[in-house]
Design a protein around this ligand. Structure first.
Ligand code: NAD
Length: 484
């Protein structure tokens, strides 16, 4: 396939690319260079309404399409993503600022995997039956919801966009999807791939725009019956306040402030290597990053020294070159992270590594880069340790006992993921059961099996994605009771 990225990106509605009805566009910036390199539709409720009207037309036929036909189309989309992975990875890196090797290895690979996984999954999806001894039989139909809305963030653009769209389509729904306005390009390219793969017009509609103008129009639209959202806790709260009184089905995957708990008896080398990744991968812009590192007091100094040494090796610079760290996604986010580092100093934190913006030479001299930053000396209740920073910034806190580790780990309003490093299986199990989070990794991080439930507790969200959870979310259960 030939991909050309036009200066003006357009919405993908009913299988066609069309500009926003208002004619208004917004700048799209390459964060590694600071240059505006395209413009995206500033869509509003009229564009969403148009998309819904075509989704409505496509719905009956798509919902009735046999699972095997859906399997073929979704698999074809996965194949086309793989075949075009170089072009998609380059587009992702230019749009998001992440290193090109990371876009290839993680983002684009996973976007294809998402479609492949749910293509196969829906072939095996089945519903229950309940026999009432000699009296009646109940069987449950799992039917598509209808038209659903999928709204995704900028940190893993095509990866998270497809993580929602794939199960929604697999379950027989028509979709109105909005990528982040900060990283719209790979979602734009997905439209072309879907047409090529034979997805019928109107089944997937992609509208671009801001959260308040376009995102809220999706959330408010009366014909859109479910909202699957990944993004900030603040936006999740707003979305829930609109969707809940309309009795929409809601899945909210929100922010995190995840603890990474390290005991002295752990496999040290593996822990060090993985902790470097869980702290700074994707410039720390992964909801699952372990931004609060809790270390058993006896090895605190040893950990700190070694961790600083290793983090110093992380080269920061042009994401198209072989650097470990690329650009922060936008100027707004870059400023926010630097402000958080400043606030950490005001709170009494000691910056033991980094803390500054980086200005690479050459084409990236106006880009948004920040050094890997390590902060110590702050207690569990300060802003730095309770609010999400979502950048290459981690804090270190010592603990003396398992109980203290647990108390520190559970000390935030978030509850997305936690990591535990120990060779003591009973300690690992005790912690895993008591940690207030939706996901616990023991002696690993970001090891994902797409069949497992994915999501957070507390302010990290409501509902679970992944495997049957996603297919259940995107279907309505209807029970039919037949008396013998
Ligand atoms: P964001 O909430 O600003 O935006 C996310 C998406 O929601 C964007 O498409 C945006 O346009 C849209 N949006 C914003 N306000 C909206 C509104 N009022 N109505 C409808 N749509 C709206 O988040 P972001 O800055 O793009 O992403 C970073 C956040 O996402 C972090 O908090 C991170 O932890 C979270 N995140 C969570 C997960 C998870 O699985 N739990 C995964 C990735 C990112």
């Amino acid at each position: 396939m030939q991909f050309t990225i036009p200066f003006h990106l357009e919405n993908f509605i009913a299988g066609k690319f069309i500009g926003p009805l208002s004619g208004r566009f917004m700048d799209n910036v390459n964060p590694a260079t600071g240059e505006v390199y395209s413009q995206i539709p500033d869509s509003n409720e009229k564009d969403v309404d148009l998309a819904v009207s075509f989704a409505q037309k496509a719905l009956e036929s798509w919902a009735a399409t046999p699972a095997e036909s859906r399997f073929k189309i979704l698999n074809k989309i996965a194949d086309l993503i793989d075949e075009n992975s170089e072009a998609l990875a380059l587009a992702e890196t230019n749009d998001n600022g992440k290193p090109l090797w990371l876009s290839k290895k993680v983002d684009i690979y996973r976007a294809a995997a998402n479609f492949r996984f749910f293509a196969g999954g829906q072939m095996h999806f089945s519903a229950d039956s309940h026999n009432m001894e000699g009296k009646a039989i109940n069987y449950t139909l799992r039917q598509p919801i209808g038209i659903v809305g999928c709204i995704s963030p900028w940190n893993l653009p095509l990866y998270l966009f497809t993580w929602k769209i794939a199960p929604a389509l697999a379950a027989g729904n028509c979709v109105i999807a909005k990528p982040s306005e900060v990283t719209p390009v790979t979602a734009f390219l997905l439209g072309k791939i879907c047409t090529e793969a034979g997805l019928p017009d109107g089944v997937l509609n992609i509208v671009h725009g801001t959260g308040p103008n376009c995102g809220e129009a999706i959330v408010k639209h009366p014909k859109i019956k479910a909202i699957s959202f990944t993004g900030s806790t603040r936006a999740g709260e707003r979305i829930a306040s609109i969707a809940a009184p309309m009795f929409k089905k809601l899945s909210l995957e929100l922010g995190g402030k995840n603890p990474n708990i390290i005991f002295a008896d752990c496999n040290w080398e593996k822990m060090m290597r993985t902790t470097l990744q869980s702290s700074f991968s994707n410039q720390g812009q992964i909801c699952l990053c372990g931004s609060r590192i809790l270390i058993e007091a006896g090895v605190y100094e040893k950990f700190k020294t070694e961790f600083i040494d290793r983090a110093k090796q992380l080269t920061v610079g042009d994401p198209l070159e072989n650097n470990k760290q690329g650009a922060i996604v936008s100027k707004v986010h870059f400023d926010k992270i630097l402000n958080c580092i400043e606030a950490a100093k005001q709170e009494g934190g000691k910056i033991v590594l980094g803390g500054n913006a980086v200005k690479p030479a050459g084409r990236c001299s106006n880009g948004y880069f920040i050094e890997p930053t390590i902060i110590e000396g702050l207690g569990p209740n300060c802003k730095t340790n309770t609010e999400e920073i979502f950048g290459p910034v981690v804090t270190l806190q010592p603990f003396h006992t398992l109980e203290e580790a647990l108390q520190l780990a559970n000390a935030t309003e978030y509850g997305l993921a936690a990591t535990v490093w120990t060779q003591d299986i009973s300690r690992a199990n005790t912690l895993a059961a008591k940690l207030e989070s939706g996901i616990v990794w023991v002696n690993c991080w970001l090891l994902r099996d797409l069949r497992t439930p994915f999501g957070g507790v507390k302010n990290s969200g409501v509902g679970r994605e992944g495997g049957w959870e996603a297919l259940k979310f995107f279907t309505e259960a209807k029970n039919i009771c037949i008396e013998y």
